[in-house]
Write a protein that binds this ligand. Structure first.
Ligand code: A2P
Length: 272
């Protein structure tokens, strides 16, 4: 496993399990259990995914120490709008069955995110959260944030994949010490990207699948990547990516295999 050091010296495993669209209950519990058993030490959830309980249960039942797991959750839009960031944080902790999270993110730049950020800074200074960050922030949101706070977000979790690399936001974040995390890293649930034969062709050179090639592409771009799967064989496959290196030509070919369009919502037009 490779690690990235965040701007406050906290380290994050560069690969984690995402549980977006993994239903609460057995499916999420199994996914987290399989991930931990196969070497994952980073789980990315959110209040709105509705599965914090199941994530917490699987962590509690595993034989991995809580302190050895990097756990991320996110503050939902409704709680931002209602100015109840601190309450929402406590509720997430209770569901997760833990007394801290490693990374807490503003899920989307919903109205009131500026107040939410101040509340998160307080929680961070109280030692309740090891690092705070944002998600789906465009450059203009990050510039506004820099104008109102001395705390630079540790991370910005954004859509990024060969379909929609999002390089302008990534370049801005790199310049300002903000670690980028890629959501929908495999192109999301549509599955179109992974069917592109160009990816399988690259993978064949290394004995790897299309998904492993795309995950490797992210790692070599220096971003954190959180592929989602509910299948044990895929969960295992998705972490088996630290024994090969894509060439510059491969990297360009992976990007060329993408559709060029977003798979998820545009933060500037998303109806919060
Ligand atoms: P499933 O959960 O049924 O395995 P993203 O992380 O970009 O949101 O994409 C995840 C999608 O890709 C999910 O639909 C997931 O389906 C699928 N997926 C995850 N890992 C693999 C893999 N190694 N091979 C093929 N499909 C995968």
């Amino acid at each position: 496993m490779d690690f990235i050091t965040l701007n406050n010296a906290v380290t994050i495993p560069q690969l984690g399990l995402g549980v977006f669209q993994t239903p609460e209950g057995e499916q999420t519990e199994n996914a987290v259990r399989w991930a931990l058993a196969n070497g994952y030490r980073h789980i990315d959830t959110a209040k709105v995914y509705g599965n914090e309980d199941s994530v917490g249960k699987a962590i509690a039942e595993s034989d991995v120490d809580r302190k050895d797991i990097f756990l991320t959750t996110k503050l939902w839009n409704e709680d931002i709008r209602q100015h109840r960031a601190k309450e929402a944080f406590e509720e997430s902790l209770a569901r997760l069955g833990t007394d801290y999270v490693d990374l807490y993110l503003i899920h989307w730049p919903a109205d009131g995110w500026q107040d939410a950020w101040q509340a998160m800074v307080d929680l961070y200074h109280e030692g309740r959260i090891r690092a705070i960050g944002v998600s789906n922030f465009q450059i203009h949101h990050l510039e506004e944030l820099a104008g109102i706070s001395d705390v630079v977000p540790a991370a910005n979790q954004i859509e990024s994949s060969p379909d929609f690399p999002n390089d302008d936001v990534i370049d801005y974040c790199k310049k300002h010490g903000i670690t980028v995390e890629a959501w929908s890293p495999l192109g999301g649930t549509g599955g179109g990207l992974l069917k592109n034969p160009a990816l399988a062709e690259i993978g064949a050179k290394y004995g790897k699948s299309a998904a492993q090639v795309v995950i490797r592409w992210h790692l070599q771009r220096g971003v954190v990547v959180i592929p989602k799967s509910v299948h044990e064989n895929r969960i295992r496959q998705n972490i088996d990516v630290f024994d090969f290196t894509l060439t510059d030509e491969d990297m360009a070919a992976v990007e060329a295999a993408g559709s060029g369009v977003r798979n998820g919502a545009n933060p500037d037009t998303f109806d919060f």
